[in-house]
Write a protein that binds this ligand. Structure first.
Ligand code: GLU
Length: 313
């Protein structure tokens, strides 16, 4: 049973699924099912601000309507704080964590260098604070917790991996992201840490998701190495964009599943359009998720690979 592919859906229940979420979920599911693997469902509801409880129920109902099933879960990140605390304690034992008091405004200052995806590269401002300084500042506002990355010339801080779709990628953490958060100042566990701990403890060995997370992968691999976890394989897939080039979001109501399900008797037209965008079927075909299992291959995806997929209702 050792080489069974284990993949996952890892949705954030912040609103109704839209066509872009469906595309990423479909690719993750097909990649697993075409390999005879297992699928885990994990609800990424760590951030109480973005989380709408009814969204989780709708999300599972939408996956069922689409014909995308899972074998294990749903796990809820909001119920897993002990496992994250334990991982943070292990990183702390390695001497790699420090409190950070920088505000959002300071981090996003125009003068700060930014990574290619627009996130600011942390300048290391709070790296060397004395214990007295930490005590003094903690009395004013609770700190976030940051993980130190190796210096630029230390090979441990250069992470390379081969993406199933986008091929070889290398990131020098010090230059392209800097020390990164594992826990926010309000106590919420950072996405990067939670996802790594969960994927490892749930036995996930294949991560398929939107290419907006391609830039996070190096940080996740670095965390896996520190925590002694196996590295899953990664396959990123294009994002869906509106005809004007804007990325589809929860605001595009006509492409959310509430609207689509009100218009369409079943998922076949939507699935056909999504599958045609990556060459799995001819344009205009209607298909079920099951029909696509034997047509799926990463070679086809790679042949038809684009940065993003233009999609209109
Ligand atoms: N929860 C993330 C999202 O909905 C996905 C995280 C992941 O796939 O690693 O965008």
């Amino acid at each position: 049973m050792d080489n069974v592919v284990v993949g996952r859906f890892a949705p954030t229940p912040s609103g109704r699924m839209h066509a872009g979420n469906v595309f990423a979920a479909l690719m993750a599911w097909l990649s697993v099912r075409s390999a005879g693997g297992r699928m885990v469902l994990r609800i990424e509801d760590l951030d109480p601000r973005g989380h709408r409880p009814e969204a989780t129920r709708l999300l599972m109902d939408d996956l069922c309507w689409l014909g995308l099933d899972w074998d294990e879960g749903p796990y809820r990140q909001s119920e897993r704080s002990e496992v994250y605390a334990e991982a943070i304690a292990r990183l702390d034992e390695l001497g790699l964590l420090y409190p950070c008091f920088c505000t959002r405004a300071e981090l996003h200052a125009a003068s700060a260098p930014h990574a290619s995806d627009g996130t600011p590269i942390y300048a290391g401002t709070c790296r060397g604070l004395s214990t007295a300084e930490v005590t003094r500042r903690s009395a004013v506002r609770p700190p976030a917790t940051r993980l130190r990355v190796p210096d630029e010339d230390d090979p441990a801080g250069t992470v390379s991996f081969v993406d199933l779709a986008y091929g070889p990628h290398t990131q020098v953490l010090a230059r392209e992201c800097g020390d990164f958060l594992v826990r926010r100042s309000d106590g919420v566990i950072a996405y990067q840490l939670a996802v790594v701990v969960d994927d490892a403890l749930m036995g996930v060995n294949q991560v398929v998701r939107g290419n907006d997370l391609l830039g996070s992968t190096a940080r996740q691999i670095y965390l896996q190495r520190l925590l002694g976890y196996e590295q899953p394989s990664y396959g990123h897939v294009p994002l869906l964009v509106a005809p004007d080039g804007r990325r589809l979001s929860k605001r595009d109501r006509d492409l959310d599943l509430g609207q689509i399900r009100a218009r369409e008797p079943g998922p076949e037209v939507l699935l056909g359009r999504l599958a045609a965008a990556v060459g799995l079927v001819e344009k205009g075909e209607s298909v079920s998720a099951d029909d696509l299992v034997e047509r799926f291959s990463w070679e086809t995806i790679v042949e038809h690979l684009a940065e993003d997929i233009v999609f209109a209702s």
